[in-house]
Design a protein around this ligand. Structure first.
Ligand SMILES: Nc1nc2c(ncn2[C@@H]2O[C@H](COP(=O)(O)OP(=O)(O)OP(=O)(O)O)[C@@H](O)[C@H]2O)c(=O)[nH]1
Ligand SMILES: [Mg+2]
Length: 444
C-alpha cells in the first residue's frame, strides 16, 4: 500500500444514525466523483445534493456531498465528504463500492490526521489534541484538548525552542572566538542568565504534579485498610454495582479492583485493594504488595477502619499524607471504644455517611485539578522529552559555569532543542508516530 492511496472511512459513529459521514482523502477523488456521483465532481466547499451509485449504476443513497480540494483541506489532499443516511446497509454498500475502486482503501486509525501532520497542517501536540477531544468525557478534558489542538502547547514549545536557538547562537560566538580575552566573561554572563531562566521555566512546567496527564487519564483514589474493614463494600457503593466480591471472610480481595467515575468534574479511578496484613498465603501476600503499590501511587488514600473492631496499624502507613481521609466504617453496629481520630463515620453497607464522603472526595479532586493552570504537559511522552531536555540544559549550564568547554555546552543545547522539537514532532519522531496515531479512531 503506497502513501498515495486514497483513503476512505466512516467518520461518524456506529449505525444506525440519522446521518452518517463518509470521508475520503487522496488524489482519486475526482475519479470517484465522476464515476459514482450523479452530480460529478461538485463545486468546491458547497454542499451539493446528489445520488450516489455503485459501479453497476445501482443507487446506494441520496445525500449531500462536499468537495474540499487540497491543499486547503484537513489533510492537505483533495477530500470528499458524503452525508448519507446512517443505516448499516447504506454504509456497507457505500464503503464496499468505494474500496472496490483501484487505489482506494480503508483508512487506518488516525490516518487522516497523520496525513494532516505530514502535510504540516498541524504539529504532533495538535494532532494529539484532536485525538483527545474525540475521547473527552469531562469538560476539563475537553478544555485541555481544545487548548492543545488550537496550538496552546505548540506556542509554548516554539517559544522555548526559539529561546534555545538564540542561546545557541550566543554560545557559538564564544566557540568561534576562544582566544579573545574578554569574550568568556562578557558573553557567558548573559547566556547563563537566559539559560537559567529557561531552566526555571521548564522546571516549573515539570513541577505540575502531573495534573495535565491526570486530567486526561484520570485521577486515582485508593481505598486501603485492614482485612474486612468494608473496603469492597464501599467500592461497590461508589460504583453503584457489585464490582468487587464482598464476604465476611477477611482476605477476600486479592487483586486490585478499579472502577471509573466522574467526580468533581474529573475522571477518577477508584481502587479497592487487598486488606493489609502479614500473611503466609502467597496469593494474598502478592495482593498486599499490589495494594501498597496502588496506595503509594494514588492522589488520595481513603484509610478504612472497621469501627466495631478497629485495627489501627494501617494508619501508620508510610504512604499516609495529611490530605488523606480516615473513614470509620460499620456505623450501623456497635462501635468499639478505641476509635482513632477520623474524618468520616459511615456505613458502607447501609449508605449512611457515604454522600458526605463522596462530596469530600469530589472536592479534593476538583481542587487538585485546578491547582495548576494550563499544564504544558498532558502526556508521558511530553514529560520524558522535557526531562531529557532539562538534563541537557543543566549540563550546558555546568559546562559554561565551569568553563570546561563552550563546544560541549553548544552540543548540549543542540540536544535540548532536539528533545523539545520531538514533542511537537519537528524532529526524530518516526518511532512515536505509530503510537500516537494508533490511539485514534478510524475516520479521524
Ligand atoms: N454491619 C456492617 N457490615 C459491613 C459494613 N461494610 C462491610 N460490612 C461487612 O464486612 C464484611 C467485609 O466486607 P468487605 O467489603 O468484603 O471488606 P474488605 O475490607 O473488602 O475485606 P477484604 O477484601 O478481606 O480486605 C462483609 O461481611 C460486609 O458485609 C457496614 O457498613 N456495616
Ligand atoms: Mg475486599
Amino acid at each position: 500500500m503506497s502513501e498515495r492511496d486514497t483513503i476512505c472511512a466512516l467518520a461518524s459513529g456506529q449505525p444506525p444514525a440519522a446521518i452518517c459521514i463518509i470521508r475520503l482523502s487522496g488524489d482519486r477523488i475526482w475519479k470517484i466523483a465522476g464515476a459514482l456521483l450523479d452530480c460529478g465532481l461538485p463545486e468546491p466547499r458547497r454542499a451539493t445534493l446528489t445520488r450516489f451509485r455503485d459501479e453497476d449504476g445501482n443507487m446506494i443513497d441520496e445525500g449531500l456531498v462536499v468537495f474540499m480540494p487540497g491543499p486547503h483541506s484537513y489533510t492537505g489532499e483533495d477530500t470528499l465528504e458524503l452525508y448519507l443516511h446512517g443505516g448499516p446497509a447504506v454504509i456497507s454498500h457505500a464503503i464496499s463500492t468505494l474500496t472496490s475502486e483501484p487505489g482506494v482503501r480503508l483508512a487506518e486509525p488516525g490516518e487522516f490526521t497523520r496525513r494532516a501532520f505530514e502535510a504540516g497542517k498541524l504539529d504532533l501536540t495538535e494532532a494529539e489534541g484532536v485525538a483527545d477531544i474525540i475521547e473527552a468525557e469531562t469538560d476539563a478534558q475537553k478544555a485541555q484538548a481544545l487548548r492543545q489542538l488550537s496550538g496552546g502547547l505548540t506556542e509554548q514549545y516554539d517559544r522555548w525552542r526559539a529561546e534555545l536557538t538564540g542561546i545557541l547562537a550566543l554560545i557559538e560566538v564564544v566557540v568561534d572566538f576562544p582566544d579573545e580575552d574578554d569574550a568568556p566573561e562578557e558573553t557567558t554572563a548573559p547566556v547563563l542568565r537566559k539559560l537559567n531562566n529557561l531552566i526555571g521555566d521548564i522546571e516549573a512546567a515539570l513541577g505540575d504534579r502531573g495534573i495535565g496527564e491526570k486530567i486526561r487519564d484520570g485521577f486515582r483514589i485508593a481505598i486501603i485498610g485492614a482485612p474486612n474493614a468494608g473496603k469492597s463494600t464501599l467500592l461497590n457503593r461508589l460504583a453503584g454495582r457489585e464490582a468487587a466480591i464482598v464476604t465476611s471472610r477477611p482476605g477476600t480481595t486479592r487483586d486490585v479492583i478499579e472502577i471509573r467515575r466522574v467526580m468533581g468534574g474529573q475522571v477518577v479511578w477508584i481502587s479497592d485493594t487487598a486488606g493489609l496484613r502479614e500473611t503466609d498465603d502467597e496469593i494474598e501476600a502478592e495482593g498486599v504488595r499490589r495494594a501498597e503499590r496502588v496506595a503509594s501511587e494514588a492522589d488520595l488514600r481513603v484509610f478504612m477502619v472497621d469501627g466495631s473492631a478497629p485495627d489501627l496499624s494501617v494508619l501508620s502507613s508510610p504512604y499516609r499524607l495529611p490530605t488523606d481521609i480516615v473513614v470509620v466504617n460499620k456505623a450501623d453496629i456497635d462501635m468499639a471504644a478505641n476509635l482513632p481520630a477520623y474524618d468520616y463515620k459511615i456505613s458502607a453497607k447501609q449508605g449512611e455517611g457515604v454522600p458526605a464522603l463522596e462530596t469530600a472526595l469530589s472536592e479534593f479532586i476538583s481542587g487538585k485539578a485546578s491547582s495548576v493552570e494550563a499544564p504544558v504537559i498532558t502526556r508521558a511522552r511530553h514529560r520524558v522529552r522535557l526531562v531529557d531536555g532539562l538534563a541537557c540544559l543543566i549540563a550546558a549550564r555546568d559546562a559554561l559555569e565551569l568553563g570546561t568547554g563552550p563546544e560541549l555546552a553548544a552540543e548540549d543545547v543542540r540536544m535540548a532543542i532536539r528533545h523539545l522539537g520531538a514533542v511537537v514532532g519537528a524532529v526524530g519522531v518516526e518511532d512515536v508516530l505509530g503510537a500516537v496515531f494508533s490511539e485514534f479512531c478510524i475516520g479521524k
